[in-house]
Design a protein around this ligand. Structure first.
Ligand code: CUV
Length: 635
């Protein structure tokens, strides 16, 4: 039974305990929800006004138009672009927080933060075309923050956002400009989507989808700036050896799980935990404080500091069922509201921190950048207090953890390649792609979903692509899956990589001082860090003088579920990348929208969605796409 729900080995220990304790998990609720609403699955349910809800009969017998006259194409298109708007809002709100924090640091207002990576800040300034000559670090930070915040303020429709302009190939920008889908202002574009999808507004599915693509590109803009400014503030990732899965929770430590997305909170919690370690020991925790990560906050601190990852999305509740998490500190996004109830079943303090993200039953510690240290101290003290209430008889920490070598940002990938060719670091990568040692590159991203046995599609696809010599990058819960299942190890490279891929990864890893190959899948970070993968692709495309839609590059979200994944997938398509989805998107109630996203997009943008629920077939299809692209390049 367990294996149908999840392939995470720690679930086999913990699900029976959940049952015994009377705790319902995401999988219980999924089962209770069956059968799920078919109209919703097809995207033909419209709740945009309250003459409705309306739904279109997919079999053609019942109503083909809603009460206002909207047909399935209009309804599906409106629904999907509202998802994009929500996803873009989440990512760019995260980005805005980081940009405002950078501004605060520049102005000396935020004692908890500093510019930890000055070189990165300078590189970002150069990228944004900001002159830094004779400027000190605070002045550069101020100028970078200003240029970034313009992406939320610019009112000139013809002037694209600064970050997107600095982040794509020239050809791609021209192509997107010609379609009028380059965003000029993240907030405005999101607002436009909400406005044009009101009752009685935009009814043209093509026009709606183009508006959605613009929203998705605003999402991309928000991600680029979130990633790069976080690097400047908190450090740029470099390879680090750590571990993943629930076995990283320690029986004799005060365990604090940081969960959500935004590093502004988790970074300070990590720092303060170090300072309060002695207090935890005094409370009886002989291993002091142990921070573990969940979801993308987990990925952020994992790639920057080697903090171990306890869980990806679907196993967040299992972390609590170990009975050994003393505090779960959450910020924004992907936090199941059920965690407060489960925490209450045990001794766990579930702590919300963001004014706009509260959960009934959780403790709220208001987090503001200005008073971050105080809040973090309160959070850590709450965890130590909770630890004192922990019942050791209810502790069940599964004995599963895997080593994971993580932290492959653009800088570290280029740095590793530079050990082979210092003058022209990209050359070895390009050579190996051209000669076929590496057939292509696949970026795995996105969530877990209860529609797929947790992690199974990620792992199945990765093993097949590896055997076929595809270089793999990963972010988000995809990265979490691979880390938990041991695919971010050198052993995995030796076991699963095809011969030529193995040879390349070994050559790079060895010359970069790793004493063996690079791991089979390179962990690039959180969801916003998908922008890192694009940066690598843009560098390769620029060097070859081609556009992104010519590269043997594919993306896959085999277990996607979040509206954010809809936004990411759509910009991926807009950048020219064939993008696989392994869960059924809620658009199939409109043949027109489905065709737009899976076929017309190919002509307009070069990228397109490819939906395949079977991970084996999906891998085959991506391999075919890669070969087609190679042919196009004549390699
Ligand atoms: Ni942002 S969005 S479930 S945590 S990847 Fe994980 Fe990643 Fe999806 Fe959420």
């Amino acid at each position: 039974m367990t294996m149908k729900l999840t392939t995470d080995p720690s679930a086999a220990t913990l699900l029976p305990i959940a049952k015994k304790e009377g705790v319902s998990t995401v999988w219980d609720r999924h089962r209770a929800m069956q059968p799920q609403c078919g109209f919703g699955q097809l995207g033909v349910c419209c709740r945009i006004c309250w003459k409705g809800p309306c739904r279109i009969d997919p079999f053609g017998d019942g109503p083909q138009r809603g009460i206002c006259g909207a047909d399935a194409d209009t309804i599906v298109a409106r629904n999907v672009i509202r998802m994009i708007a929500a996803g873009a809002a989440g990512h760019s709100e995260h980005g805005r927080h980081v940009a405002l924090a950078l501004q605060g640091v520049a102005e000396g207002r935020l004692p908890a933060y500093q510019i930890r990576d000055e070189a990165k800040l300078r590189a970002v300034a150069a990228k944004l075309d900001i002159c830094t000559e004779g400027q000190d670090i605070p002045a550069i930070a101020a100028a970078v923050a200003k240029a970034t915040l313009e992406d939320f303020q610019n009112q000139d429709h013809d002037a694209p956002c600064n970050w997107i302009e600095a982040s794509l190939t020239k050809k791609r920008l021209e192509r997107l400009q010609a379609l009028h889908v380059l965003p000029h202002n993240i907030d405005a574009v999101i607002t436009q989507i909400m406005g044009r999808t009101l009752v009685g507004c935009d009814a043209d599915p093509v026009n709606l989808i183009l508006g959605g693509i613009k929203g998705a590109l605003a999402d991309f803009d928000g991600m680029c700036l979130a990633t790069e400014l976080s690097d400047a503030l908190f450090g740029t990732p470099s390879p680090v050896i750590t571990a993943a899965n629930l076995g990283v929770i320690k029986p004799d430590a005060v365990n604090i799980a940081v969960h959500g997305h935004n590093p502004l909170l988790s970074e300070v919690v990590c720092e303060v935990a170090g300072q309060m370690d002695e207090e935890a020991r005094k409370a009886g925790a002989k291993d002091g404080i142990n921070i573990v990560g969940i979801c993308c906050t987990g990925n952020e601190v994992m790639v920057r500091h080697g903090i171990p990852l306890a869980a990806n999305y679907l196993s967040q509740e299992l972390a609590l069922i170990t009975g050994a998490v003393d505090a779960m500190v959450v910020d924004v996004q992907c936090i199941m509201p059920s965690v407060s109830e489960i925490g209450a079943c045990f001794h766990t303090a579930v702590i919300t921190t963001m004014a706009e993200n509260k959960i009934p039953g959780a403790t709220h510690v208001d987090f503001k950048e200005e008073t971050a240290l105080e809040s973090a101290r309160r959070i850590v003290a709450t965890a130590i207090d909770a630890y004192k209430r922990r019942d050791p008889r209810r502790v069940n920490i599964p004995d599963f953890k895997q080593t994971a070598i993580v932290g492959f940002g653009v800088e570290s990938v280029v740095g590793a390649l530079a050990t082979l060719n210092a003058e022209d670091p990209l050359q070895p990568l390009i050579e190996n792609i051209a000669n076929g040692n590496i057939r292509g590159i696949a970026l795995f991203a996105g969530c877990n979903s209860t529609q797929v046995a947790q992690d199974s599609s990620f792992v199945t696809m990765a093993k097949k692509l590896a055997a076929n010599n595809v270089l793999m990058l990963a972010t988000g819960c995809g990265a979490g899956s691979f880390a938990k299942h041991g695919l971010m190890t050198q052993e995995a490279t030796l076991e699963y990589a095809g011969d030529s891929l193995k040879a390349v990864l070994t050559a790079i890893g060895t010359s970069a001082g790793l004493n063996g190959p690079l791991p089979l899948v390179l962990h690039m970070g959180s969801c916003v860090d998908n922008s890192r993968a694009v940066q690598v692709a843009v560098a390769v495309a620029d060097k070859l003088g081609v556009d992104l839609d010519q590269l043997p590059l594919v993306a896959s979200a085999p277990e996607a579920m979040s509206e954010k994944a809809v936004a990411i997938g759509t910009w991926s398509v807009a950048l020219g990348i064939p993008t696989h989805l392994g869960t059924m998107p809620q658009v199939t109630g409109s043949a027109k929208v489905t065709e737009l996203l899976t076929q017309t997009a190919k002509d307009l943008l070069g990228g397109y969605f490819l939906v395949e629920l079977d991970p084996n077939l999906a891998a085959d299809k991506l391999l075919e796409v890669i070969e087609e692209r190679r042919k196009g390049l004549g390699i």
